[in-house]
Design a protein around this ligand. Structure first.
Ligand code: HEM
Length: 129
């Protein structure tokens, strides 16, 4: 899911020297927007990138936490929070589903920050949980 829906779709970089990237010439000082979300759906890296496949072997090659010297220092905490939250969801609720289909979902449309701002869910109580 982190590959599929990167919460930070992109950030900015400044070229520290003249170079070429993906066939595009960059001059020292040029500002570019690196799009982690697009890289995460690069078909050269991820076969059938539009499919959310929990068994995907190389899913961990995603760039959702960035790359290089400014790589996210909170990655391990974020993963621990996600694992804890999902484990409790699945323990307490069964048959988790959208309550009103796509009508119950709103998406943030900002350039960098990305995600749902409203998510109407329905579930059945898991008596065992
Ligand atoms: C799913 C949750 C999170 C995502 C998707 C995320 C994503 C990112 C990304 C894309 C960057 C920039 C990396 C780059 O420029 O290459 C970043 C940097 C950073 N993140 Fe996170 N992050 C998450 C959670 C957290 C948490 C929980 C913390 C702290 C408790 C945190 C602290 C930081 C800090 C301090 C930086 C700046 C690091 C630097 O500039 O050297 N992040 N994060």
């Amino acid at each position: 899911m982190l590959r599929y829906e990167a919460p930070i779709q992109g950030l900015w970089r400044r070229a520290t020297r003249d170079t070429e990237l993906g066939g595009v010439r960059l001059k020292e000082g040029d500002i570019l927007s690196v799009r982690f979300g697009a890289a995460n759906r690069d078909p050269a890296m991820f076969a059938d990138p539009e499919t959310l496949d929990p068994e995907r072997r190389n899913a961990r090659n995603h760039l959702t936490f960035g790359a290089g010297p400014h790589f996210c220092v909170g990655k391990q905490l974020a993963l621990a929070e996600l694992q804890t939250a999902f484990a409790i969801f699945l323990e307490r609720m069964k048959n988790l589903r959208l309550a009103r289909g796509e009508d119950g979902v709103d998406w943030a449309t900002r350039y960098s920050g990305y995600g749902v701002t409203r998510l109407e869910m329905a579930f059945d109580r898991n008596e065992a949980g």
